[in-house]
Design a protein around this ligand. Structure first.
Ligand code: ATP
Length: 138
């Protein structure tokens, strides 16, 4: 069965949305394969966000993502990569449809980086790469 890496970002963690996000994942029928609370280092984030290096939001993104605890989860289930991205909604929380995590709980805070509560892998290749970064023991 397919696996995806999900992150509850520092904004989601700080606002107490970890349980709500995990509840939606389980209510959808996906299972948790691994779960950890970590404050990520810049080194870890530089690997995770390598594709964005050089973009204007890269530095603010690393700053934001290393600002506090994050919940990292491996989720499992048929087509869970695409399925979780649909639970999450559009990247920009203002555009995200109601009913999605970002649509229900997110807004634009006027910062340089979209604080959009969650991350989910976008392809099987990204999922295995990202799971290797966050859960090297798996
Ligand atoms: P994620 O990877 O977090 O699931 P995504 O795939 O929709 O979301 P990416 O394009 O991979 O988004 O960007 C990674 C993160 O960088 C986004 O989730 C957001 O926090 C931030 N980001 C992306 N694009 C912008 C932008 N144009 N302005 C500000 N922040 C951005």
């Amino acid at each position: 069965t397919e696996r995806s890496l999900v992150l509850i970002k520092p904004d989601g963690f700080q606002r107490g949305l970890t349980g709500e996000v995990l509840r939606r994942i389980e209510a959808k029928g996906y299972t948790l394969g691994a779960l950890a609370i970590v404050t990520p280092t810049r080194e870890l984030l530089a690997k995770h966000y390598a594709e964005h290096e050089g973009k204007p939001f890269y530095e603010p993104l690393l700053e934001f993502m290393s600002s506090g605890p994050v919940t990292a989860a491996v989720i499992e289930g048929q087509d869970c990569i695409k399925g979780f991205r649909s639970l999450a909604g559009a990247t920009n929380p203002t555009d995200a449809a109601p009913g999605t995590i970002r649509g229900d709980f997110g807004r634009d805070w006027g910062t340089q980086v979209q604080q959009n509560i969650v991350h989910g892998s976008d392809s099987p290749d990204s999922a295995s790469r990202e799971i290797g970064i966050w859960f090297p023991e798996l």
